[in-house]
Ligand binder design. Structure first.
Ligand code: ADP
Ligand code: MG
Length: 715
């Protein structure tokens, strides 16, 4: 049996397999039929590409989209792997050339659409039978099922594969998780004895945020300005929205373009291409955009409108961070959108389907309004278990303590009453604050509630107002929205109901600030940008999108470790043998001369098999420092959790940066006799994520203990 890890390094430049990849490949090589469920970005392509390379013969890849085929084939060719696609975009000369290559056995992979396979009454199929085919890979396999979200009739033909080619193994791959679709795929493909591999659908590098949909344009703009070099997608509901938003952003100096099914084909392709080639940073799109976009360096996905269901949300956010680097998913939630979407759920003469759609929307609302971990909510939705706190969603990152805000709420509501529900949020707050401004009508300055809210900063008032709107104690109505009372307001004004709010969040700590978390890699930004430029130049020469040359993850490592020679390059993720030969010198020259200019030394000696965690530049939040202070006072995790109103696991993760920095000794958190056992288990299970370690160790070891030792090892 060939050494799979060696082949992985040699051809792809990756040092280790992602979860399940190796098992899937092994099964394929053993001749089994396999169904692999892996989240977007999980690395499905590699599961058929690697067997294709190391096996004699030809691997056929069935894929629904032409754009997708082209990028994959380009990427393979650049890595020195002979591959081609066969579809209607090719001229007849090109088609003949490929047939010739196939007959000569010169290709390792051939990509085609399902309808191609069965074309001309099976003439092509008969031609294929004369070739030495070692594997059929069916990408986006959910397209075969009507239960999936993207049914394609032409995929139905694939039910003949096992009868026509009983001896050739089939690998079906999809990122669609639900049980009905899964069953349906297996039935349709007629696998006699399928092996099924289901990966976790957790996307640890995506940080989930939900923001109230107010002044969301400003917030999006702030975010984009804080991330000027990042690529991302903004989803909106209507075609008109996408164009308006893209236009506004352009006027505000952001490089953005729209995309929706109503644009003519040429514009659509042009806009998509610019995005793929990093010539435009932001694409503002309806959900028509994305399927088949394999761009690996999408750093953020923003939903300016609420998606219809969790499946859609998960898929769309999943387009961020395929390269494994930290990425943001930001959703703006407003009740106005809910109203609109409710309307769409109502299907005439179909009460059953209507009910399903309503329930799915309801789940989406619950996700958006939950005050518990968002990641947990998503994973539970897909029938997966999860820890109570992920430390990388807005809920887990915020100091989410609620307090009894009945009195300020009463002040605000009575101000709205006094102002006869005729003024907007800013006016009401200025009024509460006792503003001396001309803007405040003189007779308002005589009212009893004028100035009763001086004790609370204006920004906090805004936050409370938004929360009160979310909780439906207030509503905003009209073209120039004025604050108005709701059914629920009276109960509060009469003292019959208490209001609990979250502590005010500073707008400054919106996503752009918070997202600088401890796990981020430390890189030299100037060098990184230089490398991006070089990559862009090469990509343009080769006429492919930049990420096909190297992913951002690869450039990131270059800008962290400063490799000085080709030996060093071998240790950089993404540099396989062919790419070292082809591009090694160009990239080395940039890195080496940058180091000389700045008198930097290489960091290669610090490169562990796992990426290095951010050490120097890390920002430690004051909340974490507070937990540290209490811990150093000798309090236990339970006590600190009690004092601070968090769960214990949150406190434990607060302390982790200090374990890494050495300020806390691991022995202070874990009984000494357990440490070597956890260390051994951690070394056995070097993947990101504590779950496999926990499973290996059993019930006597807590996640808190394991986390502490793992972070200690990182030190
Ligand atoms: P999927 O089809 O599951 O969405 P892809 O096959 O497009 O995912 O892979 C996503 C990214 O992950 C690609 O940039 C790919 O090169 C990278 N990748 C795949 N396997 C590995 C691995 N073992 N180590 C590092 N990167 C990998
Ligand atoms: Mg894929």
């Amino acid at each position: 049996m060939p050494n799979l890890s060696y082949a992985l390094q040699q051809h792809f430049g990756f040092s280790k397999f992602r979860p399940n990849q190796e098992k899937i490949i092994q099964n394929v090589l053993d001749g089994n039929d396999v169904l692999a469920l892996m989240p977007t970005g999980g690395g499905k392509s590699l599961c058929y590409q690697l067997p294709a390379i190391i096996r004699e013969g030809l691997t056929l890849v069935i894929s629904p989209l032409i754009a997708l085929m082209k990028d994959q084939v380009d990427a393979l060719k650049l890595a020195g792997i002979p591959a081609a696609f066969y579809n209607s975009s090719l001229s007849s000369t090109e088609q003949e050339h490929i047939s010739e290559q196939l007959t000569k056995g010169e290709l390792k992979l051939l990509y085609l659409s399902p309808e191609r396979l069965f074309m001309n009454d099976g003439a092509f199929l008969n031609f294929l039978k004369t070739l030495n085919i070692n594997l059929f890979a069916i990408d986006e396999a959910h397209c075969i099922s009507q239960w999936g979200h993207d049914f394609r009739p032409e995929y139905r033909f694939l039910d003949q594969l096992k009868t026509k080619f009983p001896k050739i193994p089939v690998l079906a791959l999809t990122a669609t998780a639900d049980v009905i679709t899964r069953k349906d795929i297996l039935e349709r493909l007629n696998f006699p004895d399928p092996k099924v591999f289901i990966s976790s659908f957790n996307r640890p590098n995506i940080e989930y945020h939900v923001r109230p949909k107010q002044e969301y344009y400003e917030e999006i703009l702030d975010y984009l300005k804080a991330h000027p070099n990042d690529s991302g997608i903004i989803y909106t509901l209507s075609r008109r929205n996408t164009e308006e938003l893209a236009e506004n952003l352009q006027e505000d100096g952001i490089s953005a373009l729209p995309y929706h099914a109503g644009l003519n084909r040429e514009t659509r392709n042009k806009n998509q291409d610019k995005f793929l080639r990093d010539e435009v940073n932001v694409i503002v799109a309806t959900i028509a955009f994305g399927m088949g976009i394999d761009k690996s360096n999408v750093r953020f996905v923003i939903h300016a409108c609420l998606p219809k269901n969790i499946e859609g949300y998960y898929q769309e956010t999943g387009r961020a961070g395929r390269d494994g680097l930290k990425s943001d998913a930001i959703l703006f939630f407003g009740w106005g959108d809910v109203q609109k979407l409710k309307y769409f759920t109502q299907l005439e003469d179909n009460p059953e389907q209507t009910k399903i759609l309503e329930e799915k929307l309801e789940q989406m609302i619950r996700f958006s309004t939950t005050r518990t971990c968002r990641r947990k909510y998503l994973l539970n939705y897909f029938d997966e278990t999860a820890e109570a706190s992920c430390n990388s969603c807005d809920i887990c990152l915020s100091t989410h303590e609620k307090w009894d805000a009945t009195i300020p709420s009463q002040k605000l509501l009575s101000a709205v009453v006094r102002l006869k529900e005729g003024f907007g949020m800013n006016y009401v707050i200025d009024f509460l604050h006792g503003s001396k401004s001309q803007k405040i009508r003189d007779w308002h300055k005589e009212l009893k509630t004028y100035g009763v809210g001086k004790d609370i900063p204006k920004e906090d008032w805004k936050d409370y107002t938004r929360q009160l709107i979310d909780l439906e104690y207030l509503k905003q109505e009209g073209e120039y929205p004025t604050l108005q009372l709701t059914e629920n307001s009276k109960k509060v004004l009469l003292g019959k109901e208490k209001v609990f709010l979250f502590k005010a969040e500073k707008p400054a700590t919106s996503v752009s600030e918070k997202s600088k978390n401890v796990l981020e890699l430390e890189r030299d930004e100037a060098l990184f940008q230089k490398l991006r430029e070089i990559r862009k130049e090469i990509a343009d020469q080769e006429n492919v999108p930049a990420f096909v040359i190297f992913s951002d993850a690869t450039l990131n490592e270059l800008a962290v470790y400063f490799p000085q020679n080709k030996e060093d390059l071998k240790k950089i993720s993404g540099f396989g043998d062919v790419k070292i030969t082809k591009y090694g010198d160009v990239f080395l020259e940039v890195v080496v001369s940058y180091c000389t200019e700045n008198q930097f030394e290489s960091n290669m000696s610090e490169k562990p098999t796992q990426p290095k965690r951010k050490k120097r530049k890390q920002k430690i939040s004051s909340s974490k420092k507070e937990s540290l202070r209490l811990f150093q006072e000798g309090k236990s995790l339970e006590e600190i959790a009690e004092i601070r109103g968090f769960v214990k696991s949150t406190i434990s993760s607060h302390l982790m940066p200090f374990v890494i920095s050495g300020e806390i000794k691991v022995e202070a958190l874990v009984p000494p006799e357990k440490i070597p056992l956890i260390e051994a288990a951690a070394k056995e299970n070097p993947d990101i994520g504590l779950k496999p370690i926990k499973e290996a160790l059993g019930d006597n070891f807590s996640y808190d203990e394991i986390r502490a030792v793992v972070n200690h090892l990182r030190k």
